[in-house]
Design a protein around this ligand. Structure first.
Ligand SMILES: O=C(O)c1cccc(C(=O)CC[C@H]2O[C@@H](n3cnc4c(=O)[nH]cnc43)[C@H](O)[C@@H]2O)c1
Length: 260
């Protein structure tokens, strides 16, 4: 249902998280206050379960907990995008996604994104995709001529989403190994100047979205500092609550964003 939304606004949105707790934090923001029923569930052909909020005035939004790390994120996202492009909906025609959002908690770089702050990615960067060089340097995959190491959200969308969320708007790094030392944190901060956060799925989600020609966003709330590993200090419940709040604030922006 499009309601009063502008022509060209996405009629279907896919949100991809790593774990079910993050998925449920997003769903909490999407469910109208007067709807207490559970989301509809749909199994994807390659595994994974889409949670769809009951129809409201906005676009149909499906939320998928695809697993931890860029590979699981890419596989889950690609599966959902392919299923939507091929499978007929209730009216017999396929209803492809118009926007993909990677969402979850993440590590914040000290001095840029403190715990519980929201971060909206200006660039989604594969921080460890490339080659280590003798002497300690790093050649990103693009410099090696082997593809791209970053994706950019649509220029007209991510600044507005960041403003709505009161978020830091800066690059978000995707890593396969969460940072656990001060040395690695300093290395990443120096290599990717201005980076606000690191997490483990954004680039995988973005690669799959790019393969389908669908725009992508990444939205994180900070559960911990990027630095020496101290799992006991992670503020996961508060970061999940902050994720629900941030999602509620960005929803009117991304749902009404028009590509026309
Ligand atoms: O244990 C729980 O209850 C729980 C609930 C929600 C999420 C988790 C996670 O462990 C999420 C893992 C997810 O979080 C991202 N993340 C968070 N902090 C960092 C970090 O410092 N470096 C890299 N990634 C981080 C990441 O995307 C993980 O997939 C547990």
């Amino acid at each position: 249902m499009t309601g009063h939304r502008p022509a060209g606004a996405p009629s279907r949105v896919l949100v991809v998280t790593a774990v079910p707790a993050e998925r449920d934090a997003v769903l909490a923001a999407l469910r109208p206050a007067d709807r207490t029923g559970p989301p509809a569930l749909a199994e994807l052909p390659g595994g994974g379960v889409l949670h769809t909020v009951p129809a409201g005035p906005g676009p149909r939004t499906d939320v998928l907990a695809a697993g931890v790390g860029p590979a699981a994120a890419a596989a889950g996202t690609a599966g959902a995008l392919t299923a939507a492009a091929l499978a007929p909906g209730p009216d017999g025609t396929a209803e492809p996604y118009g926007l993909v959002i990677c969402a979850g908690i993440g590590g914040g770089f000290p001095g840029v994104a403190p715990p519980l702050r929201a971060v909206v990615a200006s660039r989604i960067v594969a921080a460890d995709l490339g080659a280590a060089l003798p002497g300690g340097g790093f050649a990103p995959v693009a410099e090696l001529g082997l593809g791209t190491g970053e994706h950019r959200p649509p220029a007209a969308l991510d600044p507005a989403v960041a403003e709505a969320a009161g978020a830091v708007h800066a690059p978000v790094l995707t890593v396969s190994t969460a940072t656990g030392t001060a040395g690695r944190a300093a290395e990443l901060a120096a290599r990717f100047e201005g980076a606000a956060a690191e997490a483990m799925e954004g680039f995988g989600v973005a690669e799959a979205a790019a393969g389908h020609g669908v725009p992508v966003l990444e939205v994180r709330t900070v559960s911990n500092e990027v630095g020496p590993r101290d799992r006991a200090a992670w503020r996961i419940p508060e970061a999940l609550t902050a994720l629900t709040g941030a999602f509620g604030r960005i929803r009117p922006v991304h749902e009404n964003w028009s590509t026309w």
